[in-house]
Design a protein around this ligand. Structure first.
Ligand SMILES: [Zn+2]
Length: 345
């Protein structure tokens, strides 16, 4: 695996501090956070055939040639998740992993377009509630879901919305997202569904500006009126857009390792989050699909430290994540106080 650009040595003490700082995360996919071993176990349990004869071969397929290759593997992984109990199991493991990095609060995507035909909606919602209840009790990390529409399956849009509204009533979903293949499926295709979601009081977010350029980000802002943008790093190709993002402070959910692994950013270059932050754009740090990109949230902050970010800058990014969350002001205040207590230690 190629080494990602770094120009600044970091002490083990600094790494410990990054690991122990309380964190929040806003852009991580439940299915993509499920590691290769777990997917392999689920495949065996559910009699799903993967195109690999050993666990090692399956693991080796997590080296992605490009974005479409990644989506193909991601889809295969979701095929192995066949029962509501699988989701309870995955959520408990996910929250265990998040707690290892002291992630106190998390908003995670669910690939809803891929699950609609597998389970009755009530059953899967009950399983998600149960998984969150068990995981939160054991590991102390709070979790809400943002189910997303796979943009390359646009016909699922209204059914996903219906599912999200049901789960919102039960307190487990807080928003609607848009993921999947960005190329060929512009945000404008989803303007009706997103308008309805906003009317129904859902928060709305969309992946944009990852494999497509600034036009996709403008589309997500103008057609979908998103409150945050997943990735958005290709905004740097359009100075007018950078200026718009600076003025409006629409947060970007940036996932540096994901961008390197999917070749959105070349390995030998610093990540554009530096330029975006320096120009006053509101940025946050996230993992996207941690085991698929050999990362975790501590490693994401560490990567930025190795690219010259100071402790104060990393701390600001960490605070940004709480402020950009969909929590109420009262709830944010609780996390702010916890973050403050860490600084005073
Ligand atoms: Zn993502």
């Amino acid at each position: 695996m190629n080494a990602i650009y770094s120009n600044t040595p970091v002490s083990p003490k600094f790494v410990d501090r990054l690991r122990s700082m309380p964190k929040a995360e806003l852009h991580v996919h439940l299915e993509g956070a499920t590691d290769a071993t777990t997917v392999w176990e689920l495949a065996r349990r559910n009699n799903v055939t993967l195109p690999a004869s050993t666990m090692e071969e399956w693991q080796a397929m997590y080296t992605f040639r490009d974005f479409n290759h990644f989506i193909d593997i991601y889809f295969l992984a979701t095929e192995c998740m066949q029962t509501p109990d699988d989701f309870i199991f995955m959520i408990e493991r996910f929250l265990e992993q998040q707690a290892q990095h002291n992630i106190k609060y998390c908003e995670a995507f669910l690939s809803a377009s891929f699950m609609l035909d597998k389970f009755p909606q009530d059953e899967i919602i009950a399983a998600l509630i149960e998984g969150v209840k068990r995981g939160e009790a054991k590991h102390g990390t709070r979790l809400y879901f943002i189910p997303d529409i796979a943009r390359h399956e646009p016909e699922t849009g209204h059914r996903v919305l219906d599912f999200v509204l049901k789960g919102k009533e039960q307190g487990i979903f807080i928003g609607l997202g848009l993921g999947g293949k960005e190329v060929g499926f512009p945000p404008e295709l989803f303007s009706d569904v997103f308008a309805e979601a906003r009317r129904q009081g859902l928060h709305v977010v969309a992946h944009a500006g990852e494999t497509e350029g600034p036009q996709s980000i403008w589309g997500a802002i103008r057609s979908l009126q998103v409150e945050r943008i997943g990735h958005g790093v290709r905004a740097i190709e359009d100075q007018q857009l950078v200026e718009y993002l600076r003025k409006t402070q629409i947060p970007l959910e940036v996932s540096p390792c994901s961008n390197y692994r999917l070749k959105v950013v070349p390995f030998n270059e610093p990540h554009p989050i530096r330029v975006l932050m320096d120009q006053g754009v509101y940025v946050t740090v996230n993992t996207d699909d941690p085991p698929m990109f050999s990362t975790d949230l501590t490693s994401e902050y560490l990567l930025l430290a190795r690219q010259g970010f100071s402790w104060d800058e990393l701390w600001q990014l960490n605070l940004n994540t709480v402020e950009a969350s969909f929590l109420s002001d009262e709830e944010k205040a609780i996390y702010r106080a916890e973050w403050q207590a860490f600084v005073l230690q």
